[in-house]
Design a protein around this ligand. Structure first.
Ligand code: IMP
Ligand code: MG
Length: 218
């Protein structure tokens, strides 16, 4: 099962997240001013807010006419989903239902185990034809693929909205229709809900985690 490919050409801002070894050599590293945290800001809180507003406008324009269910993928999407849902109301998308799924994935050194998707509570809104999955990042795409398979149903339209997209890491054939930022590079992103070991979710901006730091490298 494949998410429907984007029907329109949209320009998505790109954030560079090079390998950490490369970042350490970049001149702007010292400008970040976050000496306490082993992170490098890549998108300010204001940039993220602007992008969320833009996504909400796009979604309202394209899906505004129909009753919509938001299916939030926990845990990483909790901040993004909270802001996006409120922006949708600002864009006159009323009558939303919000429901939650928990996704966990397991990566061995090489092997991939299918992500485990757990529905939290039971999805209400029988008869609603459009579900928008809200996720933090589509990386290899296995989680997105599993979510789409889980929600696919005859006569139901399933669309995908991800704050971040790293197309170069893709292994599963998924193409999120709505994307906040595209990532260029393998660097690990934290903040605005995304974590490293449950840390940094509370940061209001997006940042690249820098594993060379002594505080986190253990
Ligand atoms: P997938 O590889 O597309 O299935 O992504 C699975 C999950 O891995 C995402 O939902 C995130 O929770 C996590 N993930 C992948 N890349 C990153 C990252 O750069 N930062 C934080 N979490 C990530
Ligand atoms: Mg996730």
């Amino acid at each position: 099962m494949e998410a429907s490919p984007p029907a329109r050409q949209v320009s998505v801002p790109v954030l560079a997240v090079p390998a950490p070894e490369a970042v350490a050599q970049l001149s702007f590293w010292s400008d970040v001013g976050l000496a306490q945290l082993p992170v490098r800001e890549i998108a300010s809180a204001e940039m993220v807010r602007d992008r969320v507003c833009g996504l909400a406008k796009d979604i309202a324009t394209e899906l505004g006419g129909e009753p919509l269910t938001l299916a939030v993928v926990l845990r990483g999407a909790f901040v993004f989903a909270a802001d996006l849902a409120r922006e949708l109301i600002t864009n006159k998308m009323e009558n939303l239902l919000v429901t939650f799924f928990h996704a966990s994935s397991y990566r061995g050194t090489k092997a991939w185990r299918a992500p485990v998707i757990q529905e939290l509570g039971e999805m209400s809104g029988d008869g609603r034809q459009t579900v928008l999955i809200i996720d933090d990042i589509v990386d290899a795409g296995h989680t997105a693929h599993a979510m789409i398979q889980r929600l696919a149903s005859p006569n139901r339209r399933v669309e995908y909205c991800s704050l971040l997209d790293r197309p170069e890491a893709r292994e599963a054939p998924v193409h999120p229709r709505y994307v906040g930022f595209r990532l260029d590079g393998p660097g690990f992103v934290v903040g605005y809900g995304l974590d490293y070991d449950d840390k940094y979710r509370e940061l209001p901006y997006l940042a690249q985690w820098m594993p060379s730091s002594t505080s986190d490298a253990s």
